[in-house]
Design a protein around this ligand. Sequence first.
Ligand code: GLC
Length: 601
Amino acid sequence: MRAFLLATAAAIGLAGCTTVPAPAASVPPAQTAPMSDEDARIADLVTRMSLERKVAQLIQPQIGSFTADDMRRYRFGSYLNGGNRGPYGDEFAPASQWLRHADEMYLASVEPLAGGEPVIPTMWGTDAVHGHTNVVRATIFPHNIGLGAARDPDLVRRIGEATAVEIEVTGIDWNFSPTVAVARDDRWGRTYESYSEDPAIVAPLGAALVEGLQGRKGEADRLGAGHVIATAKHFFGDGGTDQGVDQGEVTGDIEALKAIHAAPYPATIDAGVEAIMASFNSINGVKMHGNKMLLTDVLRGELGFDGLVVGDWNGHGQVAGCTNTDCPQSLLAGLDIYMVPDDWKGLYETLIAQVRDGTIPVPVLDEAVSRILRVKLRAGLLDEFVQPSARPNAGEYQLLGSPEHRAIAREAVAKSQVLLKNDGVLPLAEGADILVAGSAADSIAQAAGGWTLTWQGGLELANAEHFPGATSIWQGLKDAAEARGGSATLSVDGTYSAKPDAAIVVFGEEPYAEFAGDRKHLGFSDEEGLGLLRKFAAEGVPTVAVFLSGRPMWMNRELNLADAFVASWLPGSEGAGVADVLTGAVPATGKLGFSWHERCD
Ligand code: GLC
């Protein structure tokens, strides 16, 4: 009660004439306990910052939409590279250009300010959601749906550690990962970003990735060398929309929805996650980016999250009554950072005007800025100003796709393979002469899926040019067959002169991301794999189907035809992990994290 009264009094005092106290949640909690050193330091900075600099902390534009001069002038608190943006206009820029860009923007952000106003360094956020896959040569780990099948938190923690190091190589501070969505309708185009339909599987894996990326709470290296800021996303309900429509409507009893879709967040908060990204979806008609009951009362009140809340890509613009450049509702609801890729100038000016006219109470602004500064303080950004290229691992380009990291990825591929059927053809016999068929067999791009070098990924990405150091599923099978005294032949259309001992048919979904992957039903309509399985069945050649997909799909025809069927998911750059399971070098231990469909509707 005392805290509430203090807060109310504070609200009345600050607002001057108001007689009705501002809602308790919109006024920073009164300091009943003495201020911690951390809070005292942050409060001192905030009191010395100008209104313009405080608002700039809330603005997160995308690279390519602002210049170093803009950064010097406005001092954006953070920025991001969208899925289709690379530094200096080059999506395939070498790692050195990523690091150069990081230095350029950092140095612009820390130039001295007039009047001794405190300088607050900017930070760069990126989507390294299955490795640092915006950058050529980075290790590409299996997407989350495969990691959910592996059920191995220690493996996921090691993936986080490796990913954090590869992010540091390019001078980036912040990863918008893990996705802890609990995907419940596989027609959703982001199902593969979800570990499982079961929150009890999602929670420990999400927490493990947070610890891998950030380091463990209480340990000296947390958010230090080898670690970056993590983001649990998208809070909440992203995987629970009606018909799996991306960014759609979630409906139902709020407690029942929280029990499924908010369930993984306590584990990530306990693991110390410093950022949470708000989701696009609405819950019972209210868009999350404007939902104070959920973003403040639940996330901060009930769940005790004290890090920063970052919006998703103009997600604030979807709130009733808002546009991309005018949305005080989101800040009042509990958002701290607006991810505003291009319309940043308009939003910046509107927010300043809304603080000046009282639409946004100064305490609300100060509380958001304080939360952003707290994360920067914890990440060491406010201690000493060290430009990205002078930090640990920066510029150590040999760490990208290092043998150690690729070994972790290969282990993850093997552990993620789910053997749905095996009539005895597996493990492949020593010395076997195998045929490998299907247009996907030698495509690293198809094995990697979306969020790979470009936002959507795509089959135009070529093995040699775009995935140096990677191993396709075909190459892995060839190496394994030959190492065991046998042979392997690649025949995309399945033709052969000498009848093979077995045929491996690699086929599946082509890359997609987000709403581009939304479907009306789960029937897999591409018949390349089906045709090859029919052909080999007619010729009496034993077959192994290797199905690449971002979700379970209706595959009864293929399942019935193949002698063995492996759900391979989206394994990434280390395709040899598939051969490890098909040859028996590694036992098939993967378990479905999602229900498999006996019907396609
Ligand atoms: C996208 C995604 C989000 C990602 C962000 C930045 O729209 O929803 O997961 O982190 O934009 O690329």
